[in-house]
Design a protein around this ligand. Structure first.
Ligand SMILES: Cc1cc2nc3c(=O)[nH]c(=O)nc-3n(C[C@H](O)[C@H](O)[C@H](O)COP(=O)(O)OP(=O)(O)OC[C@H]3O[C@@H](n4cnc5c(N)ncnc54)[C@H](O)[C@@H]3O)c2cc1C
Length: 431
């Protein structure tokens, strides 16, 4: 391994519940100079979808990954495939206009279908459960917003999968006292995130993409007619580069760092539960309306996977289990006696608009900041970037510029300044 790449000093090692017993991809590091049409930095969902979509279009693609496939958020997330965008339909109309909102929703639906199609066509084993997604109102004041969103999805978008559930209907499905209503979307589903990342990588490899692990990119340089990407083991010369590596301080894409804020998020997996279905019924993936979202589901081996609590510093808490427990017991007081077998963290990169930052600057394309909705939307970004590279730019135009505002404060001050604001909003969760 070419050193332990840890640009932000994050210290998240691959110790998640998902990594246990999952067969990793064997792909060596870059050890010579290579050429390709496109070089992709990062082997999370964004980079892997881009590689697959490029390969399908006859472009030669090289993926350079600092650690291993799915090492970042893609291999350690909540596994919830949530239709739509992080902003609801009514927010999107407020931010843009009616026509763009309809187009964005149709694109997010396309992304959802792409993920399901890939799983079906590749026979991708990723513990798929199509039990729907439930957004729970964590406070009485959130109920009206969910009702309005359900109406807008039905009447404005014509989307038939979602409906509002009253508090007692939510409680029939989720054994939590913390639910005042909910938005049920039967289009949602859940996956084992790391198995999905590895399956996506294998699909890209089969189509001819090349993936190099343990190959942190050290520099991106412009050449006369392309880019040169430098790693310790060799360089890749390509016509274009795709930055799919998020934008952590100290990473290879300093020009993008003010676009996103890394928020550290933590999860636990309980011991296997004999009556897991009593907690959450029917394979539902659940998240709530809190600013610092709680999200939970039952895994295919009957564990409660629960994510809760965010920290606006990348330094992990001394004891992750102790950090997550209060959030878990707030939602499920009956979980007090459950044994917790795994606890881990990851970085969610968020933008100011909570919509991804996708775009092109000369020969470099980028997509980052999926703000907790990357399980599905990365499929859209990968396709849009691959199409742009063969001169079809419609999708990229549709999703470019969704997050024009940057975080203030530069690399050093950005996190403390914004972190203070986030703490204020997170504190309001408790009111
Ligand atoms: C705890 C947690 C829970 C989440 N839950 C959900 C959820 O339930 N549903 C949902 O839709 N989304 C969720 N998300 C968000 C989702 O996981 C991300 O949006 C998505 O994985 C982003 O994919 P990516 O490929 O852009 O980034 P990543 O998966 O982070 O991939 C970036 C890759 O770039 C590599 N890299 C970095 N620097 C370099 C370099 N210099 N050279 C080479 N490679 C480099 C990294 O090692 C990494 O593998 C969650 C995220 C976290 C952290």
């Amino acid at each position: 391994m070419a050193g332990r790449h840890d640009p932000a000093g994050v210290g998240f090692e691959m110790s998640s519940y998902y990594a246990r017993g999952t067969q990793v991809l064997s792909a060596a590091g870059l050890s010579s100079d290579e050429k390709a049409d496109v070089v992709i930095i990062g082997a999370g969902y964004t980079g892997l979808w881009t590689a697959l979509e490029c390969a399908k279009r006859g472009l030669s693609a090289v993926v350079l990954e600092a650690r291993s496939v799915g090492f970042g958020a893609s291999g350690r997330n909540g596994g919830q495939a949530i239709p739509g965008w992080r902003q609801g339909v009514l927010d999107l109309i407020r931010m843009f206009d009616a026509e763009r909102t309809r187009r964005l929703f149709s694109l997010s639906e396309e992304a959802r279908r792409s993920v399901l199609t890939l799983i079906a066509e590749e026979g991708l084993e990723c513990d798929l459960r199509q039990g729907g997604h439930l957004l729970v109102a964590a406070r009485p004041r959130d109920v009206e917003g969910l009702k309005r969103e359900a109406d807008a999805l039905a009447s404005f978008i014509g989307y038939g999968e979602a409906r509002y559930l009253a508090a007692e209907e939510v409680r029939e499905r989720v054994a939590s006292a913390r639910s005042f209503g909910g938005l049920l979307d039967m289009g949602g589903f859940q996956v084992h995130p790391l198995k999905f990342a590895l399956g996506l990588a294998r699909a890209a490899l089969r189509r001819g993409a090349r993936i190099f692990q343990d190959s942190p990119v050290q520099a991106i340089e412009a050449t006369l007619n392309g880019v040169r990407i430098r790693t310790e083991g060799g360089d890749v010369l390509a016509d274009h580069a795709v930055l799919a590596c998020d934008a952590l301080p100290g990473g290879p894409a300093p020009q993008l760092t003010s676009a996103v804020m890394p928020v550290a998020a933590y999860q636990i997996a309980t011991e296997p539960l004999a009556e897991a279905d009593q907690l959450i019924r029917g394979g539902l993936a659940v998240s709530d309306t809190r600013f610092a979202v709680n999200y939970y589901r039952i895994s295919s081996d009957n564990r409660l996977i629960f994510g809760g609590g965010e920290r606006y510093t990348v330094r992990p808490p001394a004891n992750i289990e102790r950090f997550v427990r209060p959030f878990l017991e707030d939602v499920f007081p009956q979980a007090r006696d459950l044994g917790i077998e795994h606890a881990w963290g990851g970085l969610v990169s968020i933008t100011r608009s909570r919509l991804p930052d996708v775009g092109r600057n000369g020969r470099c394309l980028h997509a980052l900041g999926f703000s907790g909705q990357g399980v599905l939307l990365t499929a859209l970004a990968g396709r849009a970037m691959a199409e742009d590279l063969i001169g079809r730019s419609e999708r990229l135009r549709d999703i470019a510029g969704l997050s024009p505002r940057r975080f203030p404060g530069g690399e050093l001050l950005r996190s403390p300044l914004y972190g203070a604001g986030m703490l204020y909003h997170a504190a309001r969760d408790r009111l």
